[in-house]
Design a protein around this ligand. Structure first.
Ligand code: CA
Length: 236
């Protein structure tokens, strides 16, 4: 990330807030911090940050309300800072319009990857998205959207229509978590049964075809209780 960005951290846990601020300042980014939700909302309006990192458990108002209020007037990328085993909260935050989450404890490289992805999608949404149909590439995996071709280490892989739809949707959103419901409604339509079973069956088949070791996937990662995340495209 060579461009200098402004990042607002809304987090009342001082250790985490300090760790994030130090990491980002070391990359030469401008950092604004607050431990209060209300102040976070007013800082968002007055400082126009490029990305917001938001803890859900704040002392004054619920983090969900912070997302709701900010989404009322802004599409600034919001990354939720959450604890392990808060799957329901993660899904709810994503449904309310958060872009992604990062699970405590996290390291600086994971933090920077999340921010980079959020910025990339923020830019794509605001008009810089003409590279969207460039092939996806990560490790030996190549996906050519226009020609509907998938290959691993140069070997063509045959996917069914549905499998290709799932894989290309995840690849177009690489680096970001996509919830089960979001994937299901994209692939099978908004009135599809929201039962995850058929998605999991398809994913098992996809992994058998793409991954060297389907039990330890490197291309499509499982976010337990939430959805799937495709490894971030290396070429963007
Ligand atoms: Ca907290």
């Amino acid at each position: 990330m060579s461009v200098k960005v402004t990042i607002l951290i809304i987090e009342d846990e001082k250790n985490i807030c300090d760790f994030i601020a130090t990491t980002l300042k070391a990359q030469d980014h401008k950092v604004i911090t607050t431990g209060l939700g209300r102040e976070g909302i007013s800082l968002t309006a007055s400082q126009c940050p490029d990305v917001i990192l938001l803890d859900l458990g704040l002392p004054d108002i619920d983090g969900m309300d912070v997302i709701r209020q900010i989404r009322g007037y802004s599409s600034i990328p919001i990354i939720v800072i959450s604890a392990r085993s808060q799957e329901r909260e993660k899904v709810m935050a994503l449904d309310l319009g958060a872009d992604d989450y990062i699970t405590k404890p996290f390291g600086s490289s994971e933090l920077m990857a999340r921010i980079r992805t959020a910025l990339r999608h923020g830019n794509a949404a605001s008009g810089g998205g003409n590279m969207i149909d460039r092939p996806y590439q990560y490790g030996g995996l190549l996906i050519d959207f226009d020609r509907r071709l998938v290959s691993v280490d140069g070997e063509a892989v045959h996917l069914t229509q549905v499998e290709f739809k799932i894989v290309s949707f995840l690849a177009r959103n690489s680096g970001r978590v996509m919830t089960y419901d979001t994937i299901i409604s994209h692939v099978w339509g908004p009135y599809a049964d929201d039962n995850n079973r058929i998605l999991r069956v398809n994913m098992a088949n996809i992994r058998r075809k793409l991954e060297k070791n389907p039990a330890e996937p490197q291309f499509i990662l499982t976010e337990i209780g939430v959805g799937y995340r495709m490894a971030e495209d290396e070429t963007r």
